[in-house]
Design a protein around this ligand. Structure first.
Ligand SMILES: NC(=O)c1ccc[n+]([C@@H]2O[C@H](COP(=O)([O-])OP(=O)(O)OC[C@H]3O[C@@H](n4cnc5c(N)ncnc54)[C@H](OP(=O)(O)O)[C@@H]3O)[C@@H](O)[C@H]2O)c1
Length: 312
């Protein structure tokens, strides 16, 4: 496993990381979570991702129970604030919710600090000055080491940098965008000026498009899978994606790897990706996905061209 710097920041993240969305507290319980996190760690994963909203806080609670066995310094733990509950001040990026939400997340995680804290979405109802100042406070208070954004536009991230500059505040270090073979523009086009200008890192999500890029939906939606349980995640262009997935599977077969490994390795190839956050409900999935680090070198220019022709 390779450890990448988070853009210009000094902290190092495993190139493959492990997240808890939909899985922790919904599909899997503490014993499975512990087994998966330990196995991931044993294979070099040091970065684990959560959010206050995942399973209404239960994902953080379970991750907190699982990580008490680890040495804190060996882990990079993140969470995200935006959707904390139903009360008028339980959502968004106000100073009140950012600070109260972070303290509540830390309690659930049983930690004194998180390494990375994300604004889970932009908040049009809060002035950017207020959000930047609250993040600056959280970092200076030692509750958070690095702050960043998730699914913000290039303009919104630029505004956060300008505001931090103006107010002499700590600047964002990272963005967490969706990035996979079917969803590429943010990372490959929109954010390009931000990489050269500010050196932000990225921790990307859904490398398998919720499992579609494993190939397991190529002949329908099997029961006990994410798309069977969370029908709202089935994209409108599902059948078009399946056609491409079938073609991509042939490329994976030629390389002697699985489509999941090819899809994750393809994300790892992008030099602007600091860490690819994967998800899994089963040990076999995790083990298969972690092997993607060995497939990266097989994605030669020719292979990348074949992939490009299928996905573009
Ligand atoms: N910032 C954000 O807004 C945001 C949004 C979403 C996610 N995230 C983060 O990114 C992480 C990863 O996202 P994701 O869970 O969507 O990743 P993903 O890799 O696209 O999907 C993971 C799911 O695909 C299935 N799967 C995984 N490996 C497989 C394999 N080898 N073969 C067959 N099926 C496999 C499993 O679902 P089943 O077994 O249930 O089918 C697994 O839970 C999340 O946990 C979260 O931490 C962040």
């Amino acid at each position: 496993m390779q450890y990448n710097k988070l853009g210009r920041a000094g902290i190092r993240l495993s190139e493959i990381s492990f997240g808890s969305w939909i899985t922790f507290g919904k599909q899997i319980g503490l014993s499975e979570i512990k087994a998966l996190m330990h196995a991931a760690f044993d294979h070099g994963v040091n970065f684990f991702d959560s959010a206050e909203s995942y399973a209404h806080g239960e994902a953080e609670t379970l991750m907190g129970k699982a990580i008490k066995d680890f040495r804190r310094e060996d882990l990079v733990i993140s969470t995200k604030i935006f959707w904390g509950g139903n009360g008028p001040n339980d959502t968004g990026l106000s100073r009140k919710h950012l600070i109260e939400g972070t303290k509540a997340s830390l309690k659930r995680l049983r930690l004194d600090h998180v390494d990375l804290l994300y604004c889970h979405r932009p908040d049009p109802n809060t002035p950017i000055d207020e959000t930047v100042l609250a993040m600056d406070y959280l970092v200076r208070a030692g509750l958070v080491f690095y702050w960043g954004t998730s699914e913000w536009s290039e303009t919104q991230i630029e505004e956060a940098f300008q505001t931090a500059e103006k107010l002499n505040c700590i600047k964002p270090a990272m963005e967490q965008p969706k990035y996979n073979l079917f969803f590429r523009d943010h990372l490959e086009k929109d954010y390009l000026p931000l990489f050269s200008k500010y050196g932000i890192g990225t921790t990307t999500w859904s490398p398998l498009a919720s499992g579609i890029l494993s190939g397991k939906y190529n002949h329908g939606i099997p029961p006990e899978t994410r798309l069977a349980k969370e029908a709202w995640l089935v994209p409108d262009n599902f059948m078009q994606l399946i056609e491409k997935t079938r073609e991509l599977e042939k490329v994976a077969n030629d390389l002697g790897c699985t489509l999941s490994q090819l899809s994750i390795a393809w994300c790892l190839k992008n030099p602007n990706v600091s860490s690819v956050i994967t998800g899994a409900t089963k040990m076999e999935q995790l083990m298969e996905n972690l092997e993607a680090v060995d497939i990266k070198s097989q994605l030669t220019t020719d292979v990348m061209k074949k992939i490009e022709a299928i996905t573009k």
